[in-house]
Design a protein around this ligand. Sequence first.
Ligand code: PGA
Length: 252
Amino acid sequence: MTNKLKYFIGNWKMFGDFSSFKIIYKINQYIYKEKNFNKKKIVLCVPNTLIHFFQKKLKSKLISLGAQNCHYHETYGPFTGSVSASMLKKIGAEYIILGHSENRLEGETNQIKKKKIISALNQKLHVIFCIGETYKEKSKGKTFSILRKQIKSSLNKKFIKNKIILAYEPVWSIGTNKIPKKSVLQNTIKFIKKDFRKIFKTNKSPKVLYGGSVNHQSIGLLSSISEIDGFLIGSASQSAKKFIDIVKNYYK
Ligand code: PGA
């Protein structure tokens, strides 16, 4: 058992309404009862429509709320339908997921990701920056070169200090119930940390989460990989029971 802080970050995606507060409420109740909770950080990244409502109702310091994307323009601007990092910060977001592969599919480039990351960090949001290869890239043995490219072209030495957390999410693992083999995952996480240090000439490793089909079953194997600093949890975070089961089964 390690003493390092582990992150359990929920990515609700396009899910939830005001009645979904009951999910957060139950998770919060559970955290109050669990011992050792100072070693686990819970963050729920919910739709923008819910952040302020949940934040007002929650009255708890044990769960932080986050958003899942923002426009690259930092404040107000002529961008119909968009929301900026400063607007999210004002309504109570503390974290933000950026660069998710589902946004990449909609045309988000590494350059756009970079601008979004800078905006979010300027607004003092904690950025969870997603990287990961597709199945095709993996089959061609390109995983490491793709990860290097994503890190190099979207991050900047000036902005990497404290608030960036990387989330390694193999695209082929998202929503498929498939996770990488233990040795492969261990090597990939080590590679990300090492390459990051090399690219940005720093001796400080970033926090690296794993995301993709994290659930009460896969968490057993994932717990045994000490290089992983936490988890980005998609569909299983939309249910209080499933989310709590992951936290409970961690290290069981
Ligand atoms: P999943 O999604 O846990 O449903 O696989 C993870 C994610 O997309 O962040």
